[in-house]
Design a binder for this molecule. Structure first.
Ligand code: NDP
Length: 403
């Protein structure tokens, strides 16, 4: 039984903490800290009601490293699980190093003034974690996270090498709102409005945001338009699978979402540079995020399924020539809400954050330094996905994708 300190109290954290409490044999003592303590208290109350487990709560600004160090020392956890925002990754890693504790997150660091999703800031901490004998595991959500594990499972059990990889992320859920994002609106819109980038012949190729659209028929959802965009796991997948000729990431968006986003962009509401308003500097995107529905408020109304997976083509392990496999998970918004009070986008991220934490705390995944999911054995993680609400399936396709 381990002590764990979770930072952040949004939708992802809520799912993760509920799932930790449901696995009290691993997570015996759960502590939750965030900027707004009342949100931690709400999660703790729901966890108590659903599982009978206690969660201790605290207020913290995770960007204040000395305060974080004090909190870590007070709690004495074996692991700090960062489920706040990507901006807090580096200060929380600094605090972990100073207090001597291992670290896990679900999204790579980005600077506030530039929408750049890159691992180099966090990879630069490798030697310091290694020298301290600590482990930092990056990107233990669904994408990044499960998509990387899916890919490495295919490479362990089906394919000797991967020639082409496509990650397909479909949220077929309907939340009943004209426009809302299923996870933090600021991070979501920064991601979607950034230029698309995909891996091709040894380098990243940049194309205009939302410039490439393909219709795909998703099981348990139906046909949806998906758009090619950049996603951070492409960087780690390319690093750990250098043989890949091409790797792309696709996400589905409905016409209503695209229409609203286009207008918001055209009128400047998605800008991330400060503008003067009534004598004060404000960031338009942060103001927009403040007026949009909170992701954690969408759980009750969201109906339908998510379907997220990986299609990989490469040389079969059994010597039977080139093969294509599709591996994916289908998750029901209603079932996720029933179990944890949160919709499936939070669920599909919070469960892998719990599983990654379990991997570290039970020493199934070990190491000293900073690691991506691709560097770990996929099997025990895949087993836990099946056992803890995110079952996966794999099938062979007739041939490589035709898009
Ligand atoms: P939310 O916005 O719902 O929650 C973020 C939480 O972090 C809030 O409770 C917020 O506090 C807290 N927070 C923000 N700044 C600070 C700070 N300085 N100190 C302490 N706490 C802070 O986001 P989500 O739950 O939707 O997402 C959480 C993380 O998961 C994000 O990093 C997101 O990018 C990542 N994610 C990863 C996915 C994956 O598949 N890998 C998919 C979806 C999300 P307050 O309540 O006061 O605002």
């Amino acid at each position: 039984m381990s002590t764990v300190l979770v930072i952040g109290a949004g939708g992802v954290s809520s799912v993760c903490v509920h799932k930790m409490a449901m696995n009290a044999d691993i997570f015996g003592d759960i502590h939750l800290a965030s900027r707004t303590k009342s949100k931690c208290d709400n999660i703790a109350a729901s966890v108590k009601e659903r599982t009978g487990q206690d969660v201790a709560t605290y207020e913290i600004d995770a960007e204040e490293v000395p305060a974080m160090v004090n909190l870590i020392r007070k709690v004495g956890p074996s692991l700090v699980v960062n489920l706040a925002l990507p901006y807090q990754d580096l200060p929380i890693m600094d605090a972990c190093l100073e207090a001597g504790v291992s670290y896990l997150d679900t999204a790579n660091y980005e600077p506030k003034d530039e929408a750049r999703f890159e691992y180099h800031w966090q990879w630069a901490y490798h030697d310091r974690f290694k020298d301290a004998g600590l482990m930092a595991l990056l990107g233990s959500g669904f994408d990044p996270g499960v998509t990387s594990v899916f890919t490495m499972w295919l490479k362990k059990h089906k394919l000797k090498s991967i020639r082409q990889l496509d990650i397909l992320d479909c949220n077929g859920g309907d939340h009943g709102q004209a426009f809302a994002t299923n996870f933090n609106p600021e991070i979501n819109i920064r991601e979607v409005t950034a230029p698309a980038r995909h891996w091709e012949n040894g380098e990243f190729v940049e194309t205009p945001a939302m410039g490439k659209k393909v219709e795909f028929d998703f099981e348990a959802v139906g046909p949806k338009n998906m758009y090619m965009m950049y996603h951070e796991e492409l960087e780690s997948l390319a690093k750990f699978n250098p043989e890949m000729e091409r790797a792309r990431f696709w996400m589905t968006f409905g016409d209503e979402y695209i229409k609203h986003l286009t207008v918001l962009q055209n009128v400047g509401m998605t800008r991330i540079d400060p503008v003067k308003y009534q004598g004060k500097e404000i960031i338009p995107l942060q103001f927009l995020a403040a007026v949009l529905p909170k992701p954690e408020s969408l759980g009750e109304t969201t109906k339908g399924n998510t379907n997220i997976g990986v299609i990989a083509t490469g040389e079969a392990l059994d010597g039977s020539g080139e093969k294509t496999f599709y591996i994916n998970n289908i998750c029901s918004h209603e079932a996720a809400y029933e179990e944890t009070g949160n919709q499936a986008v939070s669920y599909t991220t919070g469960v892998p954050a719990m599983i990654g934490s379990a991997m570290m705390l039970t020493s199934k995944w070990t190491g000293e330094g900073v690691f991506n999911m691709e560097e770990m054995d996929p099997d025990p993680f895949m087993d836990m996905l099946n056992a803890h609400g995110l079952p996966w399936q794999v099938k062979e396709l007739d041939g490589p994708v035709g898009f």
